[in-house]
Design a protein around this ligand. Structure first.
Ligand SMILES: [Zn+2]
Length: 254
């Protein structure tokens, strides 16, 4: 195997991760994505040598060169995670004849779910400006990969219905409208029902574990809300990369 492509994928992930950090902030602030990067605390422009993914954070020891205020850990974490996930996605698809389309699809899904993860965690909102167009593009890419439109639509509706029912039953208190759209996206991403189910199971199982931990350590009250989006994004990313392996392993147990 040629490892140089793995390294290239990781570098690509670093660059995209850096772009995602900028995009997340500008989506929230409703700004255009053109224009130079600036410090969100003092608004000073960031020079190119202070804007190198991961390395600048380490060299500056996590502080802005101008105002010396702390740079959020979100920046290096998103860069590192995107880099790692891009490389893992490449390794997963390496022997497929559809490597090009699979990589485009998986990298797009990883990048957009990374935005959902951070955005919903920080502001309890699902960024629809990302979710809607990505849903459309993934639909087309899955068609190109040979899934029938019927199976993609059916799975999308299943994903959306799963959250719509909870939304109605809990009378809008349990989850938000954004989660229904996320359900649609996940259904479109995973046209095979097994993987859709796995991603939802992972999200709910992890959410329950963290919920119990937060309650038992008195960091949260029973009535406080926890955003669902970060768990859905996490469950979907794990499924995207390890889904087939987990399902094969699970079926071998039966
Ligand atoms: Zn600053």
């Amino acid at each position: 195997m040629d490892y140089s492509f793995v390294v290239l994928s990781a570098l690509m992930g670093l660059l995209i991760g850096s772009f995602l950090n900028c995009l997340i902030w500008r989506l929230y602030k409703n700004e255009t994505i053109s224009g130079r990067s600036y410090c969100p605390k003092c608004s000073n422009m960031i020079a190119w040598y202070d804007n190198i993914p991961l390395f600048s954070f380490l060299i500056l020891r996590g502080r802005c060169r101008h105002c010396h205020k702390k740079i959020s850990w979100q920046y290096p974490l998103v860069e590192f995670a995107t880099s790692l996930l891009f490389a893992l996605a490449f390794l997963k698809n390496i022997s497929s004849p559809d490597l090009g389309i699979l990589l485009a699809r998986d990298w797009l899904i990883i990048a957009s779910l990374m935005i959902v993860f951070v955005y919903d965690l920080r502001w309890q909102l699902v960024p629809m400006l990302i979710v809607w167009p990505v849903t459309g593009v993934v639909f087309i890419l899955n068609l190109l990969l040979g899934f029938s439109w019927q199976s993609i639509v059916l799975s999308g509706l299943l994903g959306a219905a799963f959250f719509l029912i909870q939304y109605i039953v809990t009378k809008k208190r349990g989850l938000g409208e954004g989660d229904i759209w996320l359900g649609l996206l996940l259904g479109i991403v995973f046209p095979t029902v097994g993987e859709l189910a796995l991603s939802l199971c992972l999200a709910y199982f992890t959410g329950a574990l963290i919920g119990i931990f937060l309650l038992s350590s008195h960091k949260k009250e029973w009535k406080s809300k926890m955003a669902l989006g970060p768990f859905l994004a996490y469950g979907a990313i794990i499924t995207l990369i390890y889904g087939q392996k987990i399902i094969t392993w699970y079926l071998s147990l039966l």
